[in-house]
Each structure stands twice: as structure tokens, then as C-alpha cells.
Design a protein around this ligand. Structure first.
Ligand code: PMP
Length: 307
């Protein structure tokens, strides 16, 4: 997937042409994966000529808290929101985008300690359509790689180094002809996808692995739980066994990148009748209506930028 960034990025305290945003080869964050990041979508509303940033503050609150957990200091949530909005204004995209802010150890010190090292902050934008195909059903597999546990690299930290785990699982899935990988955690329970949270539907109940299943506490996951509650769909957050995936009536992945993507097969076993299920369809359609700014009751999800 090409990810050529837009012309202006934020790096080293200023807005700069992307070519000037460079880091040293001996950077701590590059050597040891000492950073944490976010992915934030912006949806272009052509009728209103507005770019709507989705759940902007929620993402920066997560980044701010994760940085603190990893002994890093990010700019304040307000400042990160302002930088993101200014970057959109300066680049003036007229299509869907993805923002990638990163807090990282901006040092050339040797050794992995995080203590007393300076922190850096960068943010850039790429144009982005679908990350996974949201129209057709995905073919996924249970990964042979285990999800990193909270006591090794906490997945809730969205730490750069932790994504080696995702990289191994995603690569294996693609090499074996699947679209995406589902991780089990070290207890053998379902955790999440390489970059998505997972929901199953069984007997009308929406079920998702709970926050102690070594997942990223996804912002889309939270939004979907909220939507389901409002729709009166019963929801359970609990441990999920591997074979519950095979026995599900419906299964879908959620995340900023993948949005709401329905799954057709798991390990070549067809889910339900192999079509998009009714609860999946309701969630997918409400989500899409909201992110494009067509649902006034969810206007608070969006930060509109006019340029
Ligand atoms: N899990 C992982 C491992 C991810 O990388 C992502 C993408 N950020 C998600 C879940 C979904 O999280 P969110 O809805 O906050 O994008």
C-alpha cells in the first residue's frame, strides 16, 4: 500500500516540507522501537467542502496517556489537536486522509533505558481510502504468532516496537493467502487483529474480547459498543475462545484504518451464511453515516476543518 505523505509535516517543533523531516540513523526510537503513535482519519465531505477529523481528541488523549506510561512526554492534548488541525489547513487535502502522530525517544544514547532521554513529536498526513476492503467479506486466519502480553509490551500502549508482533502476523497471513490475521493471547483466547479489534455476533448478542485480553483499547471499538447500546443490541465484553470464531453467526473487524470490515471466513470456515450479517450491516452503515457527517446526533465525533 503506497503511503506517500502530503507536502507539509510537523517535526522538531515546526511545520516543514516533508523532505526536511529526517531523523538520525542512530535514533533511539529507530534502534529500540521506543515510541508510541496514533492513526486518525479525516473524511472529506465534498458537499460541505469540509474535512472532518474523526474522534480527534480521543486519539490524542490516548496518545498522551500512553506516552506517560512509556516514560515519554508528549505535547499537551490541546497542542496536538491544534497541530493536527493546522497541518490539515496547510496541506488542504480534498479527499480522505490519515494522520500519523508519533511520540518518540529523540536521542542517540546507547542502551534501551527510557530514563532522562529527550522526547520528540512528529505528525504527518497521507491520503487514505480503504485499508481493508469493506465491501467484500474478508478471509482471515488465526495467527501462529501469539499476541504480546501486557507484561511484555502492553498492546494498549500502541508502542511502535510492539508492531513487530503485528508485522509478523500480518505478513504470515498475506503469505498464506489470507487478508488478515487474528491473534490469540498467551492464555489461548482471542485477542485482536494485527491492527483491528474484533467483534462476533452469536444469537443476537454482540461479543468482543474484554480489555484484559491483550488488546489495544480501540477508539472504534468504544464507538461501536456505544452504537450497539443505543441500538438496543445486547453486548458482552469477555474472554472469547478460538472456536467461538468458527461458530459465530457474524464476525467483523473494527479500527480507524479498517473502519468496519466484515469477515467471510476464518481458517477457511464460512461464518454464518457467508454474507454480511444484519447486525454488521447496521453497525457499518451507522458508522459510515456518522464519519461523513450525515448523522447530526454524532456531530460530536467530528472536528470539521474548512480550507
Ligand atoms: N488493535 C490494534 C493492534 C491496532 O493497531 C488498531 C489500530 N489503531 C486497533 C486495534 C483499532 O484501534 P482504533 O479503533 O483506536 O484505531
Amino acid at each position: 500500500m503506497s503511503a506517500q505523505p502530503l507536502a507539509i509535516a510537523y517535526h522538531d517543533g515546526d511545520y516543514r516540507p516533508i523532505e526536511e523531516c529526517v531523523v538520525p540513523i542512530n535514533l533511539h526510537a529507530l534502534q529500540y522501537g521506543t515510541g508510541c503513535f496514533e492513526g486518525i482519519r479525516g473524511y472529506w465531505n465534498a458537499d460541505a467542502e469540509k474535512l472532518n477529523l474523526l474522534l480527534l481528541r480521543e486519539h490524542f488523549e490516548r496518545l498522551h496517556d500512553n506516552a506517560r506510561m512509556l516514560l515519554m512526554k508528549s505535547p499537551s492534548v490541546d497542542v496536538m489537536c491544534e497541530i493536527a488541525e493546522e497541518l490539515v489547513r496547510q496541506n488542504a487535502p480534498r479527499g480522505n486522509i490519515y494522520l500519523r502522530p508519533v511520540v518518540f525517544k529523540n536521542s542517540i544514547a546507547l542502551g534501551p533505558s527510557l530514563r532522562d532521554l529527550p522526547d520528540g513529536y512528529m505528525c504527518y498526513i497521507i491520503p487514505l481510502g480503504d485499508y481493508l476492503d469493506t465491501n467484500r467479506g474478508l478471509e482471515v486466519c488465526v495467527s501462529s504468532w501469539t499476541r504480546i502480553s501486557d507484561n511484555s509490551i502492553p498492546t494498549r500502549a500502541k508502542a511502535t516496537g510492539g508492531y513487530l508482533n503485528s508485522a509478523l502476523a500480518k505478513s504470515e497471513a498475506l503469505m498464506n493467502g489470507y487478508d488478515e490475521a487474528i491473534f490469540l493471547n498467551n492464555l489461548g483466547n482471542v485477542s485482536e487483529g494485527s491492527a483491528e479489534n474484533i467483534f462476533i455476533v452469536r444469537d443476537g448478542m454482540l461479543i468482543t474480547p474484554d480489555k484484559t485480553s491483550d488488546i489495544l483499547e480501540g477508539i472504534t471499538r468504544r464507538a461501536v459498543i456505544g452504537m450497539a447500546r443505543e441500538m438496543g443490541i445486547p453486548i458482552e465484553e469477555r474472554s472469547v475462545s478460538r472456536t467461538e470464531l468458527y461458530r459465530a453467526d457474524e464476525l467483523f473487524l473494527v479500527g480507524t484504518g479498517c473502519q468496519i470490515s466484515w469477515v467471510k471466513t476464518v481458517d477457511r470456515r464460512v461464518i454464518g451464511d457467508g454474507t454480511r450479517g444484519t447486525i454488521t450491516a447496521r453497525i457499518q452503515e451507522s458508522y459510515e453515516t456518522a464519519v461523513y457527517g450525515r448523522d447530526k446526533t454524532r456531530a460530536h465525533w467530528l472536528t470539521p476543518i474548512t480550507h
